[in-house]
Design a protein. Structure first.
Length: 345
C-alpha cells in the first residue's frame, strides 16, 4: 500500500461507522495518491448482514472519498466446518458459505467495482481547502457541512507540511503538484499561527490567493521567542490591513459569502422534499465531469438535481446494471445544468 492512504468503516454492531475516512481521502488528495482504501463493512453482527443492509453505508463512504474497498473479512474455511461456517469476531460474513452468496455476491461486487472505477478516475473536485493547524488533538472528522460553507460545496483539509511545501498559485487558485486546485483557503478559528505558516500565507496572498480567517497575533511555539510573535503580528497586520496587491484576506465573512460574491454557485444541489438528503462527490477528468449521487434516506426521492456544469450532454451511468444512457430532460441556465432525477430508497 505504498501508494495508498486508507481509513476504516463499519456496517453495524458498534458506533464506528466512519473512522477517519475523510481524513484519509483528504490526505490522499493533498499528497497526490490516486486511491483511498478502507477496511470495509466491519461488524460484530456477522451473520445477519447482507448486501442491501450495508449498501447505504458503502455509498456514504464513497461520498467521503473512499474509492477502494478492502473487505473485512473473508475467513479461511475448511469444508468440514459446514455452513454457515466460521467468521472472525469483528468481520462481516463474506465468503461462499454465506446464504446469499450465489444470488447476490456477483452483482454486489460488480456494483462496487463500477463505482470504484469512476471514483478512481480523474481528480477530486473541491472549492475550499481548510488548513487544520498542527496541534494536538487534531482530527479531521467525518464529511459534514461546515457552518460557514453550507450545502453544495466540497472541501479538503490540509496540514502545515502541505501548506509549506506543496502549495503554489496559478490564476489566483491554490494548486498542488498533482493537479488538485481550490478557490479559497480557510484558516482555523484561532489567533495563533506558526511563523513559517504566516510567511507562506503572505507569499500566497501576494500571488493572488483568497484567505478567510482571523488575523494571527502570536506564534503557538517558543522557537525564536519572542521574535516569532513579533513576526506573526507584523504579517497579520500587513495582510489583514489590506497591504497586498493581488490576493484577498477576509475576517468576518463566511466561505459561502465569499464564493457567492465571486459568482461561484454550489457545485451540486438537489431540491425535493424538505428533509431529502442526496449526498454527492465530484471527480473531474479531461473527458467528463463525474458525479456520484446517493440517496441517504430509506424512501424513494424525486428531486431536481443542479450541477455546476454546462455545454455537455448529461448521461446516467447506473452502477447497479452498468447501463449508460443520455438523459433527455435537462435545462442549462446561468452556467448550471438542472435534471429531474428519481432515487430508490
Amino acid at each position: 500500500y505504498a501508494d495508498q492512504i486508507g481509513g476504516e468503516f463499519w456496517s453495524a454492531g458498534l458506533n464506528l461507522g466512519n473512522i477517519e475516512c475523510r481524513a484519509a481521502s483528504s490526505a490522499a488528495h493533498i499528497y497526490g495518491k490516486p486511491t483511498v482504501f478502507a477496511e470495509a463493512y466491519t461488524s460484530f453482527d456477522n451473520f445477519n448482514l447482507h448486501p442491501y443492509s450495508i449498501k447505504r453505508r458503502g455509498e456514504e463512504m464513497f461520498c467521503e472519498g473512499i474509492n477502494q474497498v478492502v473487505f473485512h473479512t473473508m475467513t479461511c474455511q475448511k469444508p468440514s466446518e459446514g455452513k454457515p461456517g466460521l467468521e472472525y469476531g469483528a468481520g462481516t460474513h463474506f465468503n461462499p458459505n454465506v446464504t446469499w452468496w450465489n444470488q447476490a455476491a456477483g452483482p454486489w461486487i460488480s456494483y462496487i467495482n463500477r463505482c470504484q472505477a469512476l471514483l478512481q478516475s480523474g481528480l477530486f473536485a473541491a472549492d475550499v481547502l481548510y488548513y487544520n493547524g498542527d496541534w494536538a488533538p487534531n482530527l479531521v472528522g467525518p464529511k459534514h457541512v461546515p457552518a460557514g460553507l453550507g450545502k453544495g460545496y466540497d472541501y479538503d483539509v490540509c496540514n502545515e507540511e502541505v501548506l509549506l511545501t506543496r502549495i503554489s498559485v496559478k490564476d489566483r487558485k491554490i494548486v498542488l503538484p498533482d493537479g488538485m486546485s481550490y478557490r479559497v483557503l480557510v484558516l482555523p478559528n484561532t489567533t495563533k499561527m506558526p511563523a513559517p505558516v504566516a510567511k507562506k500565507l503572505r507569499e500566497l496572498v501576494q500571488a493572488g490567493v483568497t484567505v478567510i480567517g482571523p488575523k494571527p497575533l502570536t506564534d503557538p511555539g517558543l522557537k525564536n521567542h519572542p521574535q516569532c510573535d513579533e513576526e506573526v503580528k507584523k504579517i497579520g497586520e500587513e495582510l489583514w490591513g489590506g497591504k497586498t496587491s493581488k490576493g484577498r484576506v477576509f475576517d468576518g465573512k463566511t466561505e459561502r459569502e465569499v464564493l457567492l460574491a465571486d459568482g461561484i454557485q454550489p457545485d451540486f444541489e438537489a431540491v425535493g422534499a424538505n428533509d431529502s438528503f442526496i449526498d454527492f462527490i465530484h471527480r473531474t477528468t479531461p473527458e467528463a465531469e463525474v458525479y456520484f449521487l446517493a440517496n441517504r434516506k430509506d424512501r424513494p426521492e424525486k428531486v431536481t438535481a443542479t450541477f455546476r456544469q454546462t455545454g455537455r450532454q448529461p448521461e446516467l451511468w447506473n452502477p447497479m446494471t452498468g447501463e449508460q444512457r443520455d438523459l433527455p430532460q435537462f435545462k442549462m441556465e446561468n452556467g448550471r445544468t438542472s435534471i429531474p432525477l428519481e432515487f430508490d430508497p
